[in-house]
Design a protein around this ligand. Structure first.
Ligand SMILES: NC(=O)c1ccc[n+]([C@@H]2O[C@H](COP(=O)([O-])OP(=O)(O)OC[C@H]3O[C@@H](n4cnc5c(N)ncnc54)[C@H](OP(=O)(O)O)[C@@H]3O)[C@@H](O)[C@H]2O)c1
Length: 429
């Protein structure tokens, strides 16, 4: 074993960084044995230097992250600050100064992965980011390496623990969205400002990363269609139950049937209770992958939290250190297919539409005509009358999203349609 240690600069020592530092210290001997050289924490950059940080010698703490990454003797920079800047500049500066980078930063990878990869390649360094998607769950490496010989057609994932906790609560207790969100906040599953989670921004960043890796193309955050889950109601869950389904916020990345394009989207969707993703409870994450040769694979586990996320960071750290000792680098960006990302209107799926209509003869025929005129074929219709008004639940066969949007627009113009109570896609069949 090499005795000269590999030097690690830790940028950020919050929820994830503090656990990375702890595991590096407590597992130091095992890490050294697995890597073939000891790893040494050479510096820790933070914002508030006076904060007490258990187990980290005060002399390692600095507020000057730039100076730390420019030192020239750093082998690996672990970036767990988050956000776009200064993380982006610090990562590129690290490459320029001869360090490889391990990051957990989904926002940055989704926004600017292409340029980060280019900078890593230019300077002969590694860029690893297993922790950026679904915390502890090994997903990036299986997609990037284990499935490199296969053809992935679809990735369907629950990649945000906060929203899964809320939806699971609504499902199991009959609670409304606000009540379930309050409980998630009280238990620490939701942040004080839950927008990034409940509006699907966090999941959209992960969808962009997953789609890019799965289909060997470039998918940016702007390419991902996004709908949050704040409009999901207890009534939607009741409808889902009647269909033998539950509701999940899904990140869905698909290769088009003709193979010529891809789509990436995040929205709430009904999935059959028989689908493996339906049984993912609480704040857990899971990603279902469909590949030509492998068939169906499911990756499941804790998608966030300091210790689980640090596990993924440490796995990357070991891989990058091993590469370094071998004077090698791991896989870089693979975007050779250059498949275009199609708009949401091209996505083909099934829909569950709930309408409030007048309870009088001929309404059903009128509604059915609108669907037919837009080329959307109806699978089932359920009608329930109440005091001159009625609710009509239509489940369609597979149809393009654009056709469904046109249908709904036309339905809203019918005198007999009082309102469109909900539209939900049906996935995983
Ligand atoms: N938390 C999770 O469960 C989780 C899961 C997966 C991925 N991630 C990703 O991991 C990254 C870190 O998340 P986190 O939850 O650990 O965040 P956090 O608890 O807010 O920690 C951020 C750390 O960065 C430091 N920092 C902020 N601005 C800085 C600056 N300009 N220079 C130097 N240090 C600075 C902070 O210093 P102070 O300590 O002095 O404030 C803090 O130590 C993010 O990219 C996040 O998306 C997190």
């Amino acid at each position: 074993m090499r005795t000269r240690p590999l030097k690690v600069a830790l940028l950020g020592c919050g929820v994830v960084g503090s656990e990375v530092a702890r595991i590096m210290t407590t597992h130091a001997d095992d890490l050294a044995a697995r890597i073939g050289a000891p790893v040494e924490l050479a510096g820790v950059a933070v914002r508030r230097p006076s904060k007490v940080r258990a187990g980290i010698p005060q002399e390692l703490i600095t507020t000057d992250a730039t100076a730390l990454v420019k030192r020239g003797d750093i082998d690996v920079v672990v970036e767990v600050i988050g956000g776009i800047e200064p993380a982006r500049t610090l990562i590129t500066t690290a490459f320029e100064h001869g360090a490889s980078v391990v990051s957990a930063n989904k926002a940055l990878l989704a926004e600017d992965g292409q340029n980060l990869y280019a900078a890593a390649e230019q300077h002969g360094q590694d860029l690893y980011y297993e922790a950026a998607v679904a915390g502890a769950i090994p997903l990036i490496r299986p997609l990037r390496e284990s499935l490199a010989g296969d053809k992935v057609n679809r990735v369907l994932g629950i990649v945000n623990g906060t929203t899964n906790f809320i939806l699971d609560k609504m499902d199991t207790s009959g609670a409304g969205y606000s009540e379930a969100l309050d409980e998630a906040t009280a238990l620490g599953y939701a942040e004080a400002d839950p927008t990034a989670d409940v509006e699907g921004f966090d999941a959209a960043a992960k969808a962009a990363i997953l789609a890019g890796i799965a289909f060997h193309t470039r998918v940016r955050l702007d390419d991902v269609y996004r709908e949050g889950m704040t409009e999901v109601t207890a009534a939607d869950f009741a409808s889902a139950k009647r269909m033998g389904c539950t509701i999940k916020l899904l990140a869905i990345c698909e290769r088009a049937a003709d193979g010529g394009s891809v789509t990436a989207r995040v929205h709430p969707a009904m999935i059959p209770l028989s689908h493996p993703l339906a049984s993912v409870r609480g704040a857990y994450n899971a990603v279902f992958v469909e590949a030509d040769a492998a068939g169906q694979l499911m990756f499941y586990g804790p998608g966030a939290g300091g210790s689980p996320t640090a596990s993924a960071v440490l796995g990357d750290l070991v891989a990058v250190c091993r590469n370094r000792l071998n004077d090698a680098t791991g896989p870089g960006e693979s975007a050779y297919t250059q498949l275009p990302v199609s708009p949401m209107g091209d996505v083909v799926t099934r829909y569950h539409i709930s309408l409030d209509v007048a309870d009088k003869p001929g309404v059903l025929a009128q509604v059915a005509t609108v669907f037919a005129e837009h080329g959307v074929s109806i699978d089932t219709v359920r009608q329930q009358g109440k005091d001159g008004e009625a609710s009509l639940v239509v489940v369609t066969h597979r149809a393009p999203d654009a056709a469904l949007s046109g249908t709904v627009e036309a339905l809203r113009k019918l005198d007999t349609v009082r309102g469109v109570a909900s539209i939900m896609r049906v996935e995983g069949e």
